[in-house]
Design a protein around this ligand. Sequence first.
Ligand SMILES: Cc1cc2nc3c(=O)[nH]c(=O)nc-3n(C[C@H](O)[C@H](O)[C@H](O)COP(=O)(O)O)c2cc1C
Length: 376
Amino acid sequence: MIQTFFRRCMALVTLLAAASCSEGEGIEAKAQAPASMGKTLVVYYSFTNNVRTIVGEMTKQVSADVVEVQPAEEGLDYAANNYEIGSSLIAAIRNHPEDAESYPSIKPVDIDFQKYDNIIVCTPLWWSQMAAPMQSFLFQNGQKMAGKHVALIVSSASSGISSTVADAKRLIPEAVWTGDALWINDRKRSQTPTLLAEWLASQTFQTVTETMKMNITIDGQTQSVTLESNQAARELHEKLQEGPVTVTLNTSGGFEIWGALGFSLTSSDERITAGPGDVILYDDSNICLLYGSNTWSYTRLGKIDGLDESQLRNFLKAGERNIVAVLSLTSDATALNDLKVAKDSKDLIFNMKGQQVEQTPKGIYVTKGKKVAYNK
Ligand SMILES: Cc1cc2nc3c(=O)[nH]c(=O)nc-3n(C[C@H](O)[C@H](O)[C@H](O)COP(=O)(O)O)c2cc1C
């Protein structure tokens, strides 16, 4: 019904806009978003569930926090009586876009934008503009998104999205746009997973360049490990964000201590010669810590920092059995021994991504070139 209505009313707009918008016609291949994509927020509004479905598909393909924008007034039918309410909301914004009063109230949302590298805004199109509740959200929060990598997905029945893109640019004036907006209309809806995959891969999202680290603690001694940038290492790092993992390892072959992790990681085995200090994934679910060398089909997870072969033998208790090793992240309480607690420092403070911060909620920061734990 709505489709027929808008096809008739908006045929001209659609034709004009189609030339300038990314539609992704004829896409066959499934692509992947960048594996090292930084922390991502998806913020969406949906009245009749099309955008909600798009967001559901997208979060199968990228890991992201999801926030839904909701009108303060529940139960309004924006489409009733020939889209009467929707039309008047859009008209009010069109007439006075600078006036806060023009924007319909939305339920409060509490987002710490500092946490996010990328923000994907997903919105329906109303009368060629961005749906009014999403405009309210961006009117209130667009300034906080300055400098963020921002991407836009627009869902319409048939109309082209150029005016909605213009709304996004007006409301988030200092965004770093990741590329063309993705337009999904009713004709393309069934291809949503493929369109999303291709589009995600085409966007210049902020990627994480930070080196991943973990700690290994054996018998009270803690050593840092520089992790590889592969899928298995990323999964291990994510797992350790939930808390430390304790493994029991045994000496084997005169070159390693190894044992079960208790969970599987996505391996990318190849025949390699692993050497002293290498931390290896063997057979998907075993961890090997080497003090000697061995050639086998392995996935490298990382390397223990800064120990020579004899120091490794001592640290890893080479020759022994039932060696208890705790794997953890630097931010885990178990690994905080050498960190100072800072209070009232007036020096510049950076988060672990190297971004300068004003607020310091509980966590690890860098100031005066040193890592510091803030307790509040
Ligand atoms: C008030 C209102 C106005 C709309 N205006 C248009 C329009 O101008 N052109 C169009 O193609 N679709 C229009 N639509 C349809 C929506 O853009 C489309 O169904 C979209 O996929 C809805 O997303 P949602 O299901 O997440 O709310 C309108 C819908 C509403 C409720």
